[in-house]
Design a protein around this ligand. Structure first.
Ligand SMILES: CC(C)(COP(=O)(O)OP(=O)(O)OC[C@H]1O[C@@H](n2cnc3c(N)ncnc32)[C@H](O)[C@@H]1OP(=O)(O)O)[C@@H](O)C(=O)NCCC(=O)NCCS
Length: 221
C-alpha cells in the first residue's frame, strides 16, 4: 500500500515538473541559450541532468547510446569572440537586434565546431566541452574537467582536469580491442535488458566471452 502511494505521489510530482529543458531520447534534458535550437541526436538509454548548449542552428550535438551525464554539462559550440580586432564585443550579434541596425547585418555567432559524444561514456559533474570536442566510446571525464576545442578523447580512456589530461585506460589494449569490436550498445534491446548483468560483471574476460556469443546469435538473428 505504502509502495503504491509512493508511485502515485511520484507520478503527480512529474505532472507538475516544470523542467526548463527540452527532452531528447530517453532522458536527456537540454537547455539552450538564446533560444537557439541546434540539431541534437541522443541515443537509447542515455541520460543527463541538465545540459546547457551554446550553438548555432546549423550545428549538431551528437550523443551516443547508454551515455551517463552528471549535473551541469556545459557545451560551447559557438560564441567565441574575435581577439584579433580592436574590440571583443560582438557588435553584429548584439547591436543588430536594435531597430537601428538592419536585419541583414546579423550573423551567426562565431563557431567552434560540433560536439560528438560516443557510446557508453561517463561524464562527471560540472564538465565543459568546447566545440570540435570528440569523446570516444567508453571514455570517462572527471568532474570539473574542461575538454578544449578540437580535443579528441580516446576510446576507454579516463581524462580529468583543465584542460582534460589523459590519466589511464580503463582496460588492457587486448580488452579494449575486443570491446571496440563488440560494440555491445548496438545489440538488440531485448538482449541488453536481459543480460545487462554481464556489463557490470567484474570478471571482464568471462563476461566478454559470454557477450561475444550473444552477439553472434544477435547478428545471426
Ligand atoms: C575521473 C575519475 C573517474 C577518476 O577516478 P579514479 O580513477 O578513482 O581516480 P583517482 O582518485 O585515483 O585519481 C587519479 C589521478 O587523477 C586525478 N584526478 C581525479 N579526478 C580528477 C579531476 N576531476 N580533476 C583533476 N584531476 C583528477 C587525481 O588527482 C589523481 O592524480 P595523481 O595520479 O597525480 O595523484 C573521478 O575522479 C571523477 O571525477 N569522477 C566523477 C565523479 C562525479 O562527477 N560524480 C557525479 C556524477 S555521476
Amino acid at each position: 500500500m505504502r509502495f503504491k502511494l509512493r508511485i502515485l505521489l511520484s507520478r503527480i510530482y512529474h505532472l507538475f515538473d516544470r523542467h526548463p529543458g527540452h527532452k531528447y531520447g530517453d532522458g536527456i534534458y537540454i537547455y539552450f541559450y538564446n533560444k537557439i535550437r541546434c540539431k541534437v541526436s541522443a541515443g537509447k538509454g542515455s541520460y543527463a541532468d541538465l545540459i546547457s548548449v551554446m550553438a548555432n542552428k546549423n550545428q549538431t550535438l551528437r550523443i551516443g547510446k547508454y551515455v551517463s551525464i552528471g549535473r551541469r554539462l556545459n557545451i560551447i559550440m559557438c560564441g567565441g569572440h574575435n581577439l584579433r580586432v580592436i574590440s571583443t564585443y560582438p557588435f553584429k550579434d548584439k547591436i543588430s537586434y536594435t531597430p537601428f541596425f538592419k536585419k541583414e547585418l546579423r550573423e551567426p555567432a562565431y563557431e567552434l565546431g560540433d560536439v560528438t559524444i560516443g557510446n557508453d561514456v561517463w561524464i562527471g559533474d560540472d564538465v565543459t566541452i568546447m566545440g570540435g570536442g570528440e569523446i570516444g566510446d567508453g571514455a570517462v571525464i572527471g568532474t570539473k574537467s574542461l575538454v578544449t576545442s578540437n580535443q579528441k578523447l580516446k576510446e576507454y580512456g579516463v581524462y580529468a582536469g583543465i584542460p582534460a589530461k589523459f590519466l589511464y585506460y580503463r582496460f588492457s589494449p587486448g580488452i579494449i580491442k575486443e570491446l571496440k569490436k563488440l560494440k555491445w550498445w548496438d545489440m538488440k534491446e531485448e538482449i541488453i535488458k536481459n543480460k545487462n548483468y554481464l556489463l557490470y560483471n567484474p570478471n571482464i574476460k568471462s563476461a566478454l566471452s559470454e557477450l561475444k556469443k550473444l552477439k553472434k546469435r544477435n547478428d545471426g538473428a
